[in-house]
Design a protein around this ligand. Structure first.
Ligand code: KIV
Length: 281
């Protein structure tokens, strides 16, 4: 991602700049026609690595439930769990915007519930919250934004509704469904959302939604026309085992690298090679 204007001044704070990234920086990136990446983070170490790499947004996603806590889906994640990990990420970050997912059941009861969950997330160190869906979520988005809480929308495949969808399926495949997604995106923007995640939709639907709004769209399985892309930490780094969704591109195979390192440690311990003289007092 380019982060410099033509005169060479920094437009988005980089890892060598101390100014934290704001929601306004992200809108400015879209206006300049540039793209950016968002990555999930669940602990302080990951947050500091992402900051050093210059990633402008880290998402404390409720994917936490699946990739860290071992749940079958994101549905069981509780507010306490996401707040615990938000605190860790907030302690490790120095400049990226920290966005926290409001877990299933913590905002669906209406805007009062959304408000108290979002306030808890901000008190834990988040700079913004993400809510899944259109409909009622739009009312809650308007209320949170009016109270000064930045909101990221999330449409398309919204994993908290996987029981309603009957699994993890590509959304917006027919014209009517695509139109509904575009309408939801426009309504979220009008309600004050500062960006919108679009998950698992055909590429042309990702493009239609991106063209319909001025706020940055962040795609995951939504093609190459969105303003940004997000990947889950474990998927990006090749830590996930089993079959991966089509949109996942592991940039390294850390699962094997870590496994090999642990085997080397075991072997050296068994052979009496570790600890050597240089590791002893
Ligand atoms: O929970 C999560 O990690 C997410 C991203 C996949 C967008 O919502």
């Amino acid at each position: 991602m380019s982060v410099h204007t033509v005169d060479g001044s920094s437009s988005v704070p980089t890892s060598t700049h101390s100014r934290p990234v704001s929601i306004h920086d992200l809108k400015a990136i879209k206006q300049r026609g540039e793209r950016f990446a968002m990555v999930t983070a669940y602990d302080a170490n990951a947050a500091s690595i992402l900051d050093d790499a210059g990633v402008p947004i880290m998402l404390v996603g409720d994917s936490l439930g699946m990739v860290v806590l071992g749940y079958e889906s994101t549905v069981p994640v509780t507010l306490d769990e996401i707040l615990h990990h938000t605190r860790a990420v907030a302690r490790g970050r120095s400049r990226a915007l920290v966005v926290t997912d409001l877990p299933f059941g913590t905002y669906q009861l209406g805007s009062d519930a959304a408000m108290s969950s979002a306030v808890a997330a901000l008190k834990a160190g988040a700079n913004a919250v993400k809510l899944e869906g259109g409909g009622e979520t739009i009312t809650s988005t308007r209320r949170l934004v009016a109270a000064g809480i930045p909101v990221m929308g999330h449409i398309g495949l919204t994993p908290q509704s996987m029981h309603q969808f009957g699994g993890y399926r590509v959304q917006g495949r027919d014209a009517a469904a695509a139109e509904r997604l575009v309408a939801d995106a426009i309504a979220l923007e009008e309600a004050g959302a500062f960006s919108i995640v679009i998950e698992c939709v055909p590429t042309d639907v990702g493009q239609q939604i991106t063209n319909a709004v001025e706020v940055p769209t962040i795609g995951i399985g939504a093609g190459h026309h969105t303003d940004a892309q997000v990947l889950v930490w474990h998927d990006l780094l090749g830590l996930t085992s089993g079959r991966l969704p089509r949109f996942v591109k592991p940039y390294v195979n850390l699962r094997d690298t870590i496994g090999d390192a642990i085997k080397s440690f075991q072997t050296e311990v068994a052979d009496g090679e570790y600890p050597g003289p240089e590791h002893q007092y």
